[in-house]
Unconditional design. Structure first.
Ligand code: ATP
Ligand code: MG
Length: 338
C-alpha cells in the first residue's frame, strides 16, 4: 500500500504551547513514526502575514521559534519535510489558478470566516488575503497531493470548500488534483484549556499558556496559579474534579492513571490539598518538557543548522510542488511555447 500524504503546519505568530502539543504535535509524532504516512509540515508564514501585513516582524521573528519547537518535540527532518510556505513559489501560482473555481458568495458563507471576522476585528476591513486564504490553503494541500489534512474541527468547513475546488478543477481538466480529507482531533485534543479556567482554550492571545520553551521556574509558577476548585479552601474540604484544570491536565499528561484516580478520589473526599496535586502536575510536566528543553537548547546554540533544515525541506517541497504546478499548467494549456 502506498503511503498517505499528510499536510499540516502552523502559523508563525509565536512560540508553541501545550495546546499545540496536545492538539497536533503529539499526533504528528505518531504519524512520523508510522510507515503509513509521508508528512509535510509547513510553517505558514504567508498565512500569518494575511492578518499581519503591517506587522511582519512578528511573523519573521516567530519562524525559527516554531521550527525550533518542532525539532525540540521530535519532528525529524530525515523523516518529515519541514518547509516554509513563502519559499514555494508554485503555491502562489496555484492559488491564482484555483480562484476561478470558487465564487465570492461561497467564500463569504464559510462559518469559520464569520468567527475570524469577529475575533480579529475585521468587521470594517477584511483583508483580501484573509478572505481568500481558503483558496491558498487549497494550493498548499494539493501541491503536495495530500490525502489527509489534520486540522481543528473549526477548520473542517474550509477543507470542504477546498474539496469543492478540487472537484471543480478535476471536472474541467481530468483527474489532476488529489481530493483531500480533513482529519479533526477528538476528545481533549480539540481544546486543552488554559491555566486560568476550563472555559478558555489555551491560546497565545489569551495569555493563559504554558509554552514548550518555558523554563522550570516559569512552569512551576504557572501551575501554582492554575485554576482548581475555588470552593476547595482547606485541605480537609471535599473538592471538585469537574472543571478543575489541574486534574484536566493530569488526565492528559500523567502516565500513571491509577495514581491520578486515587488522587481524584481523595480530593473529592477531602484530605488532599491543591498544592500537593499541583506538585505532582509539575513533576509530570517537567518529565515531558525536560527532554524538549534540552533538544531546544542545542538548536538555540546553532540557529544556522535550523535554517539549513528549513532550506533543505523547502528545496524538497519545491520539487514536489513544481511537479503539481507543471501538471496544472499543462492541463489548463498554458504551455503555449512548447
Ligand atoms: P492565537 O491566540 O493567535 O489564535 P493559538 O495559541 O490559539 O493562537 P493557533 O495558531 O490559533 O494558536 O492554533 C493553531 C492550531 O493549534 C489550531 O488549529 C489547533 O489545531 C491547535 N491548537 C491551538 N491551541 C490549542 C488548544 N488549546 N488545544 C488544542 N489544540 C490547540
Ligand atoms: Mg487560536
Amino acid at each position: 500500500m502506498s503511503k498517505k500524504v499528510v499536510l499540516t503546519g502552523d502559523r508563525p505568530t509565536g512560540k508553541l504551547h501545550l495546546g499545540h502539543y496536545v492538539g497536533s504535535l503529539r499526533s504528528r509524532l505518531e504519524m512520523q513514526d508510522s510507515d503509513d504516512y509521508e508528512m509535510f509540515v509547513m510553517i505558514a508564514d504567508e498565512q500569518a502575514l494575511a492578518d499581519n501585513a503591517r506587522n511582519p516582524e512578528k511573523v519573521r521573528g516567530s519562524l525559527l521559534e516554531v521550527a525550533m519547537d518542532y525539532l525540540a518535540v521530535g519532528l525529524n527532518p530525515d523523516k518529515t519535510t519541514i518547509f516554509v510556505q513563502s519559499q514555494i513559489p508554485a503555491l502562489y501560482e496555484l492559488t491564482f489558478h484555483y480562484m476561478g473555481f470558487i465564487n465570492h458568495g461561497r467564500l463569504s458563507r464559510i462559518p469559520t470566516l464569520k468567527d475570524d471576522i469577529r475575533e480579529k476585528g475585521f468587521e470594517k476591513e477584511l483583508p483580501m488575503s484573509w478572505f481568500t486564504f481558503p483558496v491558498s490553503q487549497c494550493a498548499d494541500i494539493t501541491a503536495f497531493g495530500a490525502h489527509l489534512v489534520p486540522v481543528g474541527a473549526d477548520q473542517l468547513p474550509v477543507i470542504e470548500l477546498d474539496r469543492e475546488i478540487v472537484r471543480a478543477f478535476n471536472q474541467q481538466y481530468g483527474q489532476i488534483l488529489v481530493e483531500p480529507e480533513g482529519l479533526a482531533p477528538s476528545g481533549i485534543a480539540q481544546r486543552l484549556p488554559g491555566i486560568h479556567g476550563p472555559n478558555d482554550k489555551m491560546s497565545k492571545s489569551l495569555n493563559n499558556g504554558i509554552y514548550l520553551s518555558d523554563s522550570s521556574a516559569v512552569v512551576k509558577e504557572k501551575v501554582m496559579q492554575m485554576y482548581t476548585d475555588p470552593d476547595h479552601v482547606k485541605v480537609e474540604d471535599a473538592g471538585k474534579i469537574k472543571g478543575n484544570v489541574v486534574f484536566i491536565y493530569l488526565d492528559v499528561f500523567a502516565p500513571d492513571g491509577p495514581k491520578v484516580a486515587a488522587m481524584k478520589k481523595q480530593y473529592q473526599q477531602g484530605g488532599l490539598g491543591d498544592v500537593a496535586v499541583k506538585k505532582y502536575l509539575i513533576e509530570v510536566l517537567e518529565n515531558l518538557l525536560n527532554p524538549i528543553r534540552a533538544r531546544r537548547a542545542e538548536f538555540e546554540k546553532n540557529p544556522e543548522q535550523v535554517r539549513d533544515i528549513l532550506r533543505a525541506g523547502s528545496l524538497k517541497a519545491n520539487q514536489v510542488a513544481n511537479q503539481t504546478l507543471a501538471k496544472v499548467r499543462a492541463a489548463i494549456g498554458l504551455n503555449y511555447f512548447g
